[in-house]
Design a protein around this ligand. Structure first.
Ligand code: S3P
Length: 445
């Protein structure tokens, strides 16, 4: 985990951003590739794995439950799985660090195995609600004792065989959906999740790729019905992880905002359940081109070419909130520089991410001179029309990587540099962020 001492940094941009860069592997796909490889019998190979703290927490947990996971000299990861049903009793608590995805998905795996696991995490993760997974996993037969408010630390006592359920998601959450599907892997019969609003579908794609029997149907009302047949046998795979669109979002928005910039971000995953930010930025007038579109490991991928653009404020679409749920912090920064008003609503879920991203973004943007009104479910932002923000403040990252990176980008378009009190949390999802931004032309002190 990142060190005990905060690492502050001050961001500004002396001139345009220019150059070509890649971004680290997709976080969601990286977690899932380790988990499913660890449940396949035989050797899987994963290239382009995100080597961030969140994913390493998943790797450590899967090792503690019996999988062999090694990084080869060629940078590829090799995983020997234990087979579905074969997870072993971990000897100590599973330390999830800052990672909600590790916690919720692994709770699902443990729930249908005859093992007991204790989950712990950092101060940010220990505030996040786990009731959303405790409820369905409890219906499947797992016994879960959580800290007050359904929070970490908590203990999951799995049941084997577990009971298959038919569950309608009360929140649009890929983590909850995935926890149930992963529990369903070792549950006899058919486990079904009804998803009224589509969320990222990496679990479905990858479970199928590993050989699980999984079907997706649509009901008349636009809901997705996802069924998995349990007691599955997973076959080892060779996975190539595309670049993370949620990480690409930071250099992309930086290039849109800093005058004179032109940046290419290569090999970015553009799964439609993930890529709505780029559509919204285009609706705002952003010059964003997808070049060299192709498919990598069953996911659409392209190189993103971005040029500086004067953006216009908009009402952000509510239909695609789930497809850009992690990108609102950086979108708010873009809106603060746009011409006119941006209204972003339907964002209740942002309040339970690594921080309360509505409150923290409102407070931070105000501190650097943006005009922001906070709503229960979103923000109203009146942009500068392209003029720099005053800047000059120090922003508390609050153990939230995306808050840190969003205000780092804001520093590039502020008259006085913006200081982030601790860039440490960025290592959870985007190791190398500061170096990458510096290589494109940012100044970091
Ligand atoms: C993720 C799902 C999303 C997202 C998170 C990763 C995943 O969380 O915010 O960064 O990999 O399934 P929710 O399911 O809580 O929306």
């Amino acid at each position: 985990m990142h060190g005990p001492h905060p690492s502050p940094a001050r961001f500004s941009a002396p001139g345009p951003l220019r150059g070509t860069t890649g971004v680290p592997g997709d976080k969601s796909i990286s977690h899932r590739s380790l988990m499913l490889s660890a449940l396949a019998i035989g050797e899987s190979r994963v290239e382009g794995l995100l080597e961030g703290e969140d994913v390493l927490a998943t790797a450590a947990a899967m090792r503690a439950m019996g999988a062999t996971i090694e990084r080869g000299a060629d940078d590829a990861w090799r995983i020997h799985g234990v087979g579905v049903g074969g997870l072993l009793q971990p000897q100590g608590a599973l330390d999830m660090g800052n990672s909600g995805t590790s916690t919720r998905l692994l709770m699902g795996l443990v729930a249908s195995h005859a093992i007991t696991a204790t989950f712990t995490g950092d101060a940010s993760l220990s505030k996040r609600p786990m009731g959303r997974v405790i409820e369905p996993l409890g219906l499947m037969g797992a016994e879960i004792s959580a800290s007050p408010g359904g929070r970490l630390p908590l203990m999951v006592r799995g049941l084997c065989p577990a009971v298959p359920i038919d569950y309608r998601l009360p929140v649009a959450s890929a983590q909850v959906k995935s926890a149930i599907l992963l529990a369903g892997l070792n549950t006899p019969g058919i486990t079904r999740v009804v998803e009224p609003i589509a969320t990222r579908d990496h679990s479905e794609r990858m479970l199928r790729g590993f050989g699980a029997e999984l079907t997706v149907e649509e009901d008349g009302a636009g809901a997705r019905l996802i069924s998995i047949r349990g007691e599955a046998d997973l076959r080892p795979q060779h996975i190539v992880v595309p670049g993370d669109p949620s990480s690409a979002a930071f250099p992309v928005v930086a290039a849109l905002l800093v005058p004179g910039s032109e940046v290419t971000v290569t090999n970015v995953g553009l799964n439609p359940t993930r890529a709505a930010l780029f559509d919204v930025l285009r609706m705002m007038g952003g010059d964003i081109v997808f070049a060299n579109q192709r498919e990598v490991g069953g996911e659409p991928v392209a190189d993103i070419v971005v040029r500086h653009s004067v953006l216009k404020g908009i009402e952000t679409p509510v239909e695609t909130v789930a497809s850009m749920v992690d990108e609102y912090p950086i979108l708010f920064v873009a809106a603060a520089l746009a011409e006119g008003r941006t209204v972003a609503r339907g964002l209740e879920e942002l309040r339970v991410k690594e921080s309360d991203r509505i409150a923290v973004m409102a407070e931070g943007l105000r501190a650097i001179g943006a005009r922001v009104e906070e709503l229960e479910d979103g923000l109203i932002i009146d942009g500068t029309g392209g003029d720099k923000l005053p800047g000059g403040a120090t922003i508390a990252a609050r153990l939230d990587h995306r808050i840190a990176m969003s205000f780092a980008v804001a520093g590039l378009v502020s008259s006085a540099p913006v200081t982030i009190d601790d860039m440490g949390p960025v290592a959870t999802s985007f190791p190398g962020f500061t170096g990458l931004m510096t290589a494109l032309g940012a100044e970091v002190a």
